[in-house]
Design a protein around this ligand. Structure first.
Ligand code: IFM
Length: 445
């Protein structure tokens, strides 16, 4: 039994659900869509754990009406989805693919017809491969390309879409994609990672400025993945290690946007970023966002390991913490979202929105139903901790579940199921899980 109700969050609290283009759309080569870095990456040998790719995914491209009907039926008033850059600008810049614009127009118009508010994310990791061939996020040319893309999208959709998220989780695609080679485009090394970070920071602010110019009444945010970090013990060396990890996972992607500069003092390896900062950049990377999206999945315990290059720290394997784990090995620790919201609540940010939170579990279909008790409990506990932070004065304006339906979970392929709706990837049949039913009841007017 939960001890709170929807009313405790207030009438103006936005409840929603999130998906992203490459993870659900499919139709990878239909109607002029260009190739993205994930199309290429997922076809390179054994990159994806189950050998799958996003070629068809959830076939949202053809089934968006059914999926938006489900959003509506779950009493979720807000639907966040991302635009596929290669569907709109197949060459990254230049000629606009009208079929791509038409597709998103149909999705937006269908949402509005159903009374569901669309929230658009400009970039959720599916970079056009042609831009990656020129260096992708490591090459400063990306900033102008991104501005052009933001301009095309905000002109095309800004008359109807008022809620915009510029970039999704820069930590994930810069660290996993350019430092560790684990995600697309599969690059390694600090010399790729550092410029990718700086150019992402610039794009968050510059993209937001373009949207503001084209859609003056827009509600503009950007979303960062963030995880509360605790030191392995009170020993000063672990405390310092936790600070370094906190910079890398949390602070680096938000503080420059707020005019606080990169936190180089707490992570000296970050000094390398100065080489990429041009004279006007400290001004260009600032933007007065209407909200910052916080996306939380796990918390971290850091300990000092001087031998680890650049960061001198490691993150304690989650299983040593004796907490329950999700199917992809992330610990279930509801208090973590409370702690990170409190931490972000200290920043001079107008409003925080939880733009993603959710969990993968091993779901089974039994007699046409999915009894995902663990996900129901997960959501109930995490939402309870969001309320706790809100009641303690953190200005939190909304909560979006990740994800509407099971979809292509990047490196894990289709093995990791995060949906509140089950997807049968062979038949594309959707089944609302118990977690979806719980949300529906919880949000009932
Ligand atoms: O599936 C991802 C999503 O694309 C970004 N945030 C984390 C989710 C779960 O890994």
């Amino acid at each position: 039994m939960i001890k709170y109700s929807k009313q405790d969050f207030g009438d103006d609290f936005d409840w929603g659900v999130t998906i992203s283009s490459y993870q659900v759309e499919g139709a990878h080569d239909l109607h002029g869509r260009g190739m993205s870095i994930w199309d290429k990456f997922s076809h390179q040998g054994k990159r994806i754990e189950d050998g799958s790719d996003g070629t068809i995914a959830c076939d949202f491209y053809h089934r968006y009406e059914e999926d938006i009907d489900i959003v509506k039926s779950l009493n979720l008033k807000n639907f966040r989805f991302s635009l596929a850059w290669p569907r709109i600008l197949p060459n990254g810049t230049g000629a606009v693919n009208q079929a791509g614009i038409d597709f998103y127009n149909k999705v937006i118009d269908y949402c509005l017809a159903k009374g569901v508010t669309p929230w658009l994310t400009l970039y959720h990791w599916d970079l056009p491969q042609v831009l990656e061939d020129k260096g992708g996020w490591t090459n400063r040319m990306i900033v102008n390309c991104f501005k052009e893309y933001a301009d095309v999208c905000s002109r095309a959709f800004g008359d109807r879409v008022k809620n915009w998220i510029v970039i999704n989780e820069p930590f994930t695609y810069t660290a996993l994609g350019y430092l560790f080679g684990y995600y697309a485009p599969g690059k390694f090394g600090i010399n790729n990672y550092i410029p990718a970070v700086h150019h992402s920071t610039l794009c968050q602010a510059e993209g937001a400025r373009v949207i503001r110019r084209n859609v003056p009444d827009a509600n503009i945010g950007t979303s960062v993945g963030c995880s509360h970090v605790s030191p392995a013990s009170d020993a000063p060396r672990h405390v310092a290690a936790a600070k370094r990890i906190d910079v890398m996972f949390n602070r680096i992607h938000i503080e420059p946007l707020l005019g606080m500069d990169y936190p180089i003092r707490d992570l000296p390896a970050l000094e390398r970023i100065e080489k990429y900062i041009q004279p006007y950049d400290p001004e260009l990377i600032k933007f007065d966002f209407d909200f910052i999206g916080v996306q939380n999945y796990y918390s971290l315990v850091a300990y000092d390991v001087p031998l680890v290059p650049y960061i001198g720290a490691l993150i304690k394997p989650f299983h040593k913490l004796n907490r329950p784990l999700t199917a992809n090995g992330w610990e279930v620790y509801p208090e973590g979202i409370y702690k990170i919201l409190k931490q972000f609540g200290e920043y001079p940010i107008k409003k925080l929105m939880v733009t993603e939170n959710g969990a993968a579990f091993y779901d089974k279909v039994q007699n046409g139903k999915v009894h995902d008790k663990k996900r129901v409990e997960f959501l109930q506990k995490y939402i309870g901790q969001v309320l706790r932070a809100k009641n303690e004065g953190v200005n939190i304006g909304g909560y979006f579940v990740w994800s509407l339906m099971d979809n292509f979970e990047w490196k894990a392929g289709f093995k990791s199921r995060f949906g509140i709706v089950h997807t049968d990837f062979k038949t594309q049949r959707r089944i609302i899980k118990d977690s979806g039913r719980w949300i529906r009841e919880f949000l009932e007017e």
